[in-house]
Design a protein around this ligand. Structure first.
Ligand code: UGA
Length: 436
């Protein structure tokens, strides 16, 4: 059992802190945002993440997990300091390391005994060494030893707790093998495979993994666009190529592009890193560009189906960047809805979980529905942007009756063409022919 300070209680910090407590460590989650800490102390979880609230409650009750805004004493009381603060995208596309730097400087000022400092945040290659120097530059007693270890995380929003508990691999990048082992030991109860690397390789693994997954998505979306032009079916194509174990079936779901707080930011940051190094990563630039264009394919399909959008009312089902999260960051809905409004449509939106988040992004630009059927009633067409369970089990008869014109444009291929045929609904999807 280790004592851990998790610095930053955003998505990554909160999930990792809670799960590390769950596997037996004593964890203090710290944040400079005192309001957030107060919420957490009251058992209120600021993000929607299945299973997290119950796990927080269980571990707080067991005395393994606590929340504090007193970072200095959390640091003093802990063996390992995990840094899990945000690295948002700067206007240049680079990752903004402002929060990382101020945490590193704070650690430096408060270092009174040996600590292992673990970087969980996604940071550009070379940041571990910078963190080392930021700490060193602020130490009152330069004799105190410490290690900086890179330990990138691969959890997905919406299934983060399950992903942690069934961790597929653990990457530990360190200079000193003893420090690497100390970090690897924290995850020992999970029985996962650990890969020991240099800090630079660990940092690169994180970006390469996300960029590769983004590449798979943009690739299948480009194939989907071709399928539409040649009368092929992208679902069959994805299955056909995905069954080749060298390719793999994961991340070959065609749609309206990837969103969220990771793929868009991380692909831009890797592209920026490549540019900085004088290497033109053309492939990655195309992945990003293909994704940008893919966000608007539903607009083209809608215009083809409806004609002029002026004076129409369009129902939009699903706002979060994927199901099981209320996160709208870089969601395709943020690009598509303003485009619909600019084309003259009124927009009525509904999401099972992200409605209050949506109000922050869309304000009074859209109308907010209550439930699927109230939302689509009287609309000229219905768009599906997120494959929430509620949207893949619609009562198609009701949908046909409630829509003014029975047109469904599905950006996530929630239905098979066979199941949509014969309901009197004109159904458009991604990479497949339209059916009615
Ligand atoms: C992603 C990675 O999957 C995690 O391994 C990583 O830890 C995380 O980023 C991170 O860097 O923190 P996440 O952004 O939560 O996780 O979500 P994903 O499930 O990867 O989905 C990302 C986007 O790709 C979503 O918009 C989703 O709709 C889209 N997607 C995914 C597709 O369009 N097609 C697919 O086949 C799969």
């Amino acid at each position: 059992m280790r004592t851990i300070a998790m610095i930053g209680t955003g998505y990554v910090g909160l999930v990792n802190g809670t799960c590390l407590a769950h596997i037996g460590h004593s964890v203090q989650c710290c944040d400079t945002n005192a309001d957030k800490i107060e919420w957490l102390q009251q058992g209120r979880i600021p993000i929607y993440e299945p299973g997290l609230e119950a796990m927080v409650a269980e571990n707080v009750a067991a005395g393994r997990l606590s929340f504090t805004s007193d970072m200095a004493s959390a640091i003093e009381q802990s063996d390992l300091l995990f840094i899990a603060v945000g690295t948002p995208m700067a206007p240049t596309g680079a990752a903004d390391l402002g929060y990382i730097q101020s945490v590193a400087e704070f650690i430096g000022r408060h270092l009174t005994a040996y600590k292992t400092i673990v970087i969980k945040s996604t940071v550009p290659v070379g940041t571990g060494r910078m963190v080392d120097s930021w700490i060193r530059a602020n130490m009152q007693n330069p004799q105190i030893p410490f290690d900086v270890v890179s330990n990138p995380e691969f959890l997905r929003e919406g299934s983060a707790v399950a992903d942690f508990m069934k961790m597929e691999r653990c990457i530990v990048g360190a200079i000193r093998p003893e420090a690497a082992q100390l970090v690897a030991d924290c995850f020992e109860p999970l029985n996962t495979k650990t890969y020991f690397t240099t800090p630079e390789s660990a940092e690169m693994i994180k970006y390469a993994a996300n960029a590769f997954l983004a590449t798979k998505i943009s690739f299948i979306n480009a194939i989907a666009n071709l399928c539409e032009r040649y009368g092929a079916d992208v679902e069959d194509v994805a299955e056909g190529i995905g069954s080749d174990s060298r390719i793999g079936s994961a991340f070959l779901r065609a749609g309206i592009g990837y969103g969220g707080s990771c793929f868009p930011k991380d692909t831009h940051a890797l592209n920026w890193m490549a540019d900085q190094a004088g290497y033109n990563f053309g492939l990655l630039k195309e992945v990003i560009q293909t994704n940008e264009e893919q966000k608007y394919v539903l607009l083209k399909k809608l215009v083809q189906a409806l004609g002029d959008l002026r004076g129409t009312t369009i129902a939009v089902l699903g706002l979060s960047f994927k199901p099981n999260t209320d996160d709208l960051r870089d969601a395709p809905s943020l690009a598509l809805i303003p485009a619909l409004i600019a084309a003259g449509a009124s927009v009525r939106v509904y999401d099972p979980v992200a409605m209050s988040e949506a109000r922050k992004w869309f304000g009074s630009d859209v109308n907010y529905g209550i439930g699927v059927y109230q939302t689509i009633a009287g609309c000229d067409a219905c768009l599906i942007l997120t494959e929430w369970r509620e949207f893949i089990t619609l009562d198609l008869e009701q949908v046909r009756q409630l829509l003014k014109r029975p047109i469904v444009v599905d950006g996530r291929n929630c239905y098979s063409l066979a199941s949509m045929s014969g309901h009197g609904i004109e159904y458009h999807s991604i990479g497949r022919t339209a059916v009615s």
